[in-house]
Design a protein around this ligand. Structure first.
Ligand code: CP3
Length: 352
């Protein structure tokens, strides 16, 4: 493997000294980029794009060609695992992800396939290998997975939801069935992230997009406990380097202390938390990643620069901070504004 030329992101995740604050954007490869839309139409649909290693590699690298980002993220989706377990993922335009089969009972859980990383999910590892080769040491590659709770919400609801009716119904009426499902998912996520690491992912992020809809007790029991098990099961060193783990519970700002207690190296923050206060609470234990509201990118370049400056000031130090948006970049954002954001982070954080 070629030597890593920019390891600022990995160092920041491990709270080692850096010359400037590294930055990447959640969903940095995606529909806000015209070149992404062109490659996706070439692939046919989104899932075919994920399953074609060369095209997945192409879209992974597209944002790096435009902006001086400090990390690349594997182009794939969190719903690859439920798909490989037999639920058959598909996308209907404008409606988000859907499954042909859904989970409502213990029998449904028992019927799930335990996916093999060198079989059903081999296309993901293949993409990781191709992307690492093409990155050629430019920046580190991030691998990722959904949290068991977040994956379960899609599997039980059958797609996106606003009210979490079926998954919460299961949680309060058949908690043992939900635990069985989460248990199966945790095992698969451990295998999946370890396979990504061995294929070349240099850091991994667990997306707990829906942990924040849980009550404080339920968060610990149905989401955090499984993420903790995953963190404990991950390969933490590869190719002679530490492989940092980032935990991101959207709307999880009130639980940072217990999240830091999982043994993760870094916590992702959305914009509802003050990054300086978060640092005081857990900064001796973990690095922090975040946390600009993605909607700021609808503002003027001057407003974007002002917000970047404020967040850097709020964090108050260079070490242990990875700049990011507090959630994925929106599809209607002007790519030029994303460029203003990335350059502002570098400009304002550079050590004089
Ligand atoms: O960050 C990146 O650039 C890497 C790629 C990535 C995608 N999905 C590509 C994608 C990542 C890290 C994800 C994670 C993901 N997928 C999450 C967790 C992150 C988050 O946003 O909270 C979730 C909840 C999903 C499930 C999912 N996949 C949804 C809800 C959707 C529809 C979203 C939408 O905006 O319509 C997807 C599809 C998807 N995943 C797209 C992309 C680029 C859009 C597909 C397209 O139309 O091209």
């Amino acid at each position: 493997m070629s030597e890593l030329r920019n390891d600022t992101f990995l160092k920041a995740l491990l709270r080692e000294p850096v010359d400037y604050t590294p930055v990447w954007m959640m969903r940095q490869a995606g529909r806000y980029l015209p070149e992404y839309r062109a490659t996706r139409s070439q692939a046919g649909d989104f899932l075919s794009l994920c399953k074609n290693a060369d095209l997945a590699c192409e879209v992974t690298i597209q944002p790096l060609e435009r902006f001086p980002l400090d990390a690349a993220i594997l182009f794939s989706d969190i719903l690859t695992i439920p798909d490989a377990m037999g639920l058959e993922l598909y996308f209907e335009t404008g409606e988000g992800p859907k499954f042909k089969k859904i989970i409502r009972s213990e029998q449904d859980v028992d019927a799930l396939i335990q996916p093999k990383m060198d079989d059903e999910l081999d296309y993901v590892m293949n993409a990781v290998r191709v992307i690492r080769r093409e990155l050629n040491g430019r920046v580190p590659l991030i691998g990722f997975s959904g949290s068991p709770w977040t994956l379960a919400t899609y599997m039980v609801e059958g797609g996106s939801t606003k009210d979490f009716r079926h998954i919460k119904g299961m949680m309060y009426s058949q908690p043992e069935v939900l635990h069985k499902l989460l248990d199966r998912l945790a095992d698969s996520v451990i295998d999946y992230l370890n396979a990504q690491i061995l294929a070349g992912a240099q850091a991994v992020q667990i997306f707990d997009t829906w942990g924040g809809v849980l009550g404080h007790r339920e968060y610990r029991e149905f989401s955090l406990a499984y993420m903790q098990r995953i963190v404990a099961g991950l390969i933490r060193e590869n190719e002679g380097r530490k492989v940092p783990v980032i935990l991101f519970t959207k709307n999880g700002g009130q639980w940072l202390e217990v999240m830091a207690g999982t043994g993760a190296d870094a916590l992702g923050l959305d914009w509802t938390t003050h990054v300086g206060e978060a640092r005081e609470r857990v900064g001796h234990q973990v690095a922090l990643q975040g946390n600009m509201d993605p909607s700021v990118l609808y503002g003027s370049p001057a407003r974007i620069r002002e917000e970047v400056m404020r967040i850097l000031d709020d964090f108050g130090s260079h070490n242990g901070h990875v700049f990011n948006l507090g959630h994925g970049i929106h599809q209607f954002v002007n790519p030029e504004n994303a460029g203003v954001f990335v350059e502002a982070v570098h400009e304002f954080s550079a050590r004089k």
